[in-house]
Design a protein around this ligand. Sequence first.
Ligand SMILES: *[C@@H]1O[C@H](CO)[C@@H](O)[C@H](O)[C@H]1NC(C)=O
Ligand SMILES: *[C@@H]1O[C@H](CO)[C@@H](O)[C@H](O)[C@H]1NC(C)=O
Ligand SMILES: *[C@@H]1O[C@H](CO)[C@@H](O)[C@H](O)[C@H]1NC(C)=O
Ligand SMILES: *[C@@H]1O[C@H](CO)[C@@H](O)[C@H](O)[C@H]1NC(C)=O
Ligand SMILES: *[C@@H]1O[C@H](CO)[C@@H](O)[C@H](O)[C@H]1NC(C)=O
Ligand SMILES: *[C@@H]1O[C@H](CO)[C@@H](O)[C@H](O)[C@H]1NC(C)=O
Ligand SMILES: *[C@@H]1O[C@H](CO)[C@@H](O)[C@H](O)[C@H]1NC(C)=O
Ligand SMILES: *[C@@H]1O[C@H](CO)[C@@H](O)[C@H](O)[C@H]1NC(C)=O
Ligand SMILES: *[C@@H]1O[C@H](CO)[C@@H](O)[C@H](O)[C@H]1NC(C)=O
Ligand SMILES: *[C@@H]1O[C@H](CO)[C@@H](O)[C@H](O)[C@H]1NC(C)=O
Length: 393
Amino acid sequence: MAARFFLPALALVGSALAQCDGPEITINSSEDASQISSCETYDGDVIISSEASGQLSLDGVERISGDLRCTNASQLTAISADKLSQIGGIFDLEELQIMSSLQMSALVGVNQIKWIALPALQSLNFAQGVAKANQVYISNTGLTDLAGIELEQVASMDINNNQYLKTINVNGLTNVTQSLSFSANGMNLEIEFPNLVNAANLTFRNVSSISMPSLSEVPGSMGFYSNAFESFAAPNLTSTGNTIAFVDSPSLTNISFPMLETIGGGVIIANNTELTSLTGAFDSLETIDGDINFYGTFEAVSFKALTDVKGASTIYTSSSNTSICDLFNSAKKNQVIKGKVTCVTESDNTAGNGSSSSSGSSGSNKQSAAVSNFAYSAPLAGIAAFIAAVLFI
Ligand SMILES: *[C@@H]1O[C@H](CO)[C@@H](O)[C@H](O)[C@H]1NC(C)=O
Ligand SMILES: *[C@@H]1O[C@H](CO)[C@@H](O)[C@H](O)[C@H]1NC(C)=O
Ligand SMILES: *[C@@H]1O[C@H](CO)[C@@H](O)[C@H](O)[C@H]1NC(C)=O
Ligand SMILES: *[C@@H]1O[C@H](CO)[C@@H](O)[C@H](O)[C@H]1NC(C)=O
Ligand SMILES: *[C@@H]1O[C@H](CO)[C@@H](O)[C@H](O)[C@H]1NC(C)=O
Ligand SMILES: *[C@@H]1O[C@H](CO)[C@@H](O)[C@H](O)[C@H]1NC(C)=O
Ligand SMILES: *[C@@H]1O[C@H](CO)[C@@H](O)[C@H](O)[C@H]1NC(C)=O
Ligand SMILES: *[C@@H]1O[C@H](CO)[C@@H](O)[C@H](O)[C@H]1NC(C)=O
Ligand SMILES: *[C@@H]1O[C@H](CO)[C@@H](O)[C@H](O)[C@H]1NC(C)=O
Ligand SMILES: *[C@@H]1O[C@H](CO)[C@@H](O)[C@H](O)[C@H]1NC(C)=O
């Protein structure tokens, strides 16, 4: 008799275990989802079927060890989860044409966010806010801001083609270990990272303002392309591990890196039509490990502290200020620039083939004026060379 009661009881325990154990469950409705509502952790992937429609609730479950995925559910309007705090795999939502509500009040940690083609999604309803994620990829959504993505640390974040995105402010973000990338979002996107200190790689395209007042180290590269801003400043940045580039930004008039001492790659400043002066931008810069490439309309250049450019320098400016080439040619002569110097001003062109690299050696007035715009005049270069020689013994 006891056995008759015992067996069903065992079976019940067994099925309860099975419900929280993967490898995966495909759910079509909130009713299906109730099968895992008592799970503290669902150990596997939760897949919302493309047949799901209307509002879908994943209530009760607290953690999903694998992915939470939904693709091509064209009739789905909302996804909610009241207790879900962590997703151990990919939170993958793709091609959900009319999904306008995403409510996850308890969500704080996700391994990867991958949201692609969610045109009806204008805001997130994440009361706690996602503080931890390894990778965040958000493309082609209707989001107007990223409130709810309250990251403190992230490996990589790529936000692209979100046409309505107007502001991004990730206040808690301090470290980015791989990359941050923004491109082709709303025309007037303003980005603020008030507390970002260390960011491995940074790429900004089509952005209208960027504020990173605390940024102090960029172990990788920093690239700014086709942006609408007039000025950019990195007041606390001291070094980069790779190249800095400013390209094709038609309104840019002022860049400022007052504390930057070392660029571990090259410097590319090209095709920023309003950027007429490169004086005062890099007043503490001592070392450039790569090449200098300047192409533009600038009328003056200075590097007050520059003592070592390991690569070549290729300069073209539409300005006719020949002192600019004098400056680079004497820096080559003084061995500040180790590689080849190719410098052309518009006057070189109109004067007929001054291949310019020799123009610096004539005119002692010009030359001394030029030299003073780099760190060391000839005698100091001599002392620096002597010290270097001593150190190498
Ligand atoms: C969802 O529907 C599919 C087929 O339409 C079915 O195979 C699957 O078992 C359903 N999911 C649940 C949890 O009932
Ligand atoms: C979603 O739909 C597109 C086009 O209809 C199709 O190419 C793709 O394979 C679908 N994806 C999934 C996961 O069903
Ligand atoms: C963030 O970067 C700073 C500066 O490099 C470093 O000192 C700090 O340890 C990093 N913090 C974390 C949590 O990795
Ligand atoms: C920067 O990005 C490049 C390529 O995307 C990668 O190889 C490199 O490791 C990154 N730098 C750092 C410091 O993570
Ligand atoms: C972003 O900039 C690129 C050039 O880097 C340009 O081709 C593209 O049209 C711009 N996109 C938007 C949305 O402004
Ligand atoms: C800039 O760096 C200094 C020195 O490391 C630090 O005291 C200051 O708080 C930083 N400024 C910002 C805005 O983070
Ligand atoms: C460029 O910007 C820096 C920092 O914002 C500022 O101190 C400097 O005066 C500006 N220079 C010009 C010429 O506007
Ligand atoms: C700048 O513009 C010139 C002329 O259009 C082009 O050849 C060059 O590749 C551009 N430079 C960069 C870095 O985009
Ligand atoms: C020409 O360039 C030199 C070197 O950058 C600079 O000191 C000088 O002010 C410039 N002259 C004019 C008229 O801009
Ligand atoms: C400069 O010289 C090169 C090659 O010698 C030639 O192709 C070019 O047309 C010349 N430019 C001018 C402005 O004379």
